[in-house]
Design a protein around this ligand. Structure first.
Ligand SMILES: O=C(O)[C@H]1O[C@H](OP(=O)(O)OP(=O)(O)OC[C@H]2O[C@@H](n3ccc(=O)[nH]c3=O)[C@H](O)[C@@H]2O)[C@H](O)[C@@H](O)[C@@H]1O
Length: 417
């Protein structure tokens, strides 16, 4: 599959992933990694199949993502966030020719700056943020990158392409404000930026339950590295967590104050506990260094059709993430759509809005699958003046269009090979 070919073409970080994936495991299905028939209507069943095979929040990978929580970290000496002050710093000799660079190139450019030389203000007064998005070639990350670029930010994506793909951000190649770095966040990296969105993580049971050590390592070491970077350069930091931190909840709906009900030694624990540890680390950095903290919690769904989940369209999530990054609030925030559906109800909506002929394949459930999930978003409403706008029925057709466009772009040779 192209997916695997892609991995072989990648750096050592990706080879490491190959090593950790059991050889018996079938590479996870990706709608973006297959050759596609040219007939548009055939894309829709495949995207639905993709969702089912991924065994995750149906809409996370198709255009809708469930609740979120995140952490923002900011050193105490910056009483106003850098982004808000609009200080227009830029690093001299920033690579800009192709919009793509490898890790060595970037380290070369950035390391001296981080040895205390300091950032050079080249456009004081100009509101131009430099933003890092780890996991920026993934589903949520790539939509976030689109929005950041659209508002004029300089965006650096850090991704090891564990599950993400270059095609998701290929339309920014050649834009001098965009840069893609192939890098595994478990290794340190030195950059000079104003904001860090830390999204990099294996995010589906299909990936993380076969790569549990890699998953928890990414959550722990990756988050440590990015927190260390944020502390060093005084950047505002945002962690995307997951509703999985609530486990199989005894409280419904779930508020940010709920501590969760999680199996610490199950097959999902690498993800659940990994994200919980990532939140712990972020709050510890916040307390230890007197920095600000917020968290983000997407909700993940596995089920046999009876479990309830809530689904959020990705643009609502991106709006919420950016509102949180740009605000002054700290602590966890649920960013999700409180609309609650059983998986069977969801399947019905998929049939009605996308493809009446779609069939659902039921698979054995993952251990510890939560029975119900619904975010309480009153905190986000009150403090961020944010709430989701797009319903499940509205979002599903948009999701289908999004997939169709991505696939057509690839078929027309617009993707990166
Ligand atoms: O709550 C959720 O469900 C998840 O939502 C998003 O994940 P999503 O966009 O749905 O998943 P992907 O499309 O797989 O994106 C993850 C990205 O992280 C990257 N990644 C993964 C693993 C790793 O070690 N390093 C790394 O850069 C992947 O290549 C990919 O680009 C967030 O990125 C996750 O942090 C969050 O856990």
């Amino acid at each position: 599959m192209n997916n695997m070919k892609q991995l072989h073409k990648q750096s050592n970080a990706n080879q490491r992933r190959d090593e950790e994936m059991p050889t018996s495991q079938t590479p996870p299905y990706s709608p973006k990694s297959l050759k596609h028939p040219s007939s548009t209507h055939r894309y829709l069943p495949r995207s639905i199949n993709y969702i089912i095979k991924e065994q995750r929040l149906l809409f996370t990978l198709i255009g809708i993502l469930i609740g979120s929580a995140f952490v923002i970290l900011k050193p105490s000496f910056t009483t106003i966030s850098i982004a808000d002050t609009g200080r227009g710093y830029q690093i001299p000799s920033m690579p800009r020719s192709t919009g793509i660079s490898n890790q060595d190139t970037v380290s070369h450019y950035y390391r001296p700056v981080n040895k205390g030389v300091g950032r050079v203000p080249v456009a004081i007064g100009q509101k131009r943020r430099r933003v890092v998005v780890t996991g920026g070639s993934g589903f949520v990350g790539s939509h976030l990158v689109d929005k950041l670029i659209a508002r004029g930010d300089d965006v650096i994506v850090i991704d090891n392409f564990f599950t993400g793909r270059k095609e998701n951000v290929a339309h920014h190649f050649g834009n001098p404000r965009f840069e893609l770095i192939r890098h595994d966040v478990v290794e340190p990296i030195l950059l000079e930026v104003d904001q860090i969105y830390h999204l990099a993580c294996p995010a589906s049971p299909v990936h993380y339950k076969y790569n549990p050590v890699k998953t928890i390592k990414t959550n722990v070491m990756g988050t440590l590295n990015m927190l260390g970077l944020a502390k060093r350069i005084g950047a505002r930091f945002l962690l995307t967590s997951t509703s999985e931190v609530y486990g199989d909840p005894l409280e419904h709906p779930q508020k940010e104050t709920y501590w969760g009900h999680v199996n610490p030694i199950g097959v999902r624990s690498c993800y659940d506990e990994g994200k919980r540890t990532a939140e712990t680390l972020t709050m510890d950095y916040h307390r230890g260094d007197d920095v600000e903290a917020i968290r983000k919690q997407p909700m993940t769904v596995y089920g046999d059709g009876k479990q309830t989940r809530s689904f959020q369209y990705v643009s609502d999530l991106v709006d919420g993430l950016m509102a949180l990054m740009e605000g002054e609030h700290i602590g966890p925030f649920n960013l999700g759509n409180p609309g609650e559906f059983t998986m069977l109800e969801l399947a019905q909506v998929v049939k009605e809005t996308i493809d009446p002929s779609a069939t659902i394949e039921f698979k054995e459930n993952t251990a510890d699958d939560p029975q119900k999930r619904k975010p309480d978003i009153s905190k986000a409403k009150n403090f961020l003046n944010w709430e989701p706008k797009i319903t499940l029925r509205e979002g599903l057709p948009r999701m289908a269009a999004d997939f169709r466009n991505r696939i057509l772009n690839e078929d027309e040779g617009k993707g990166v090979k």
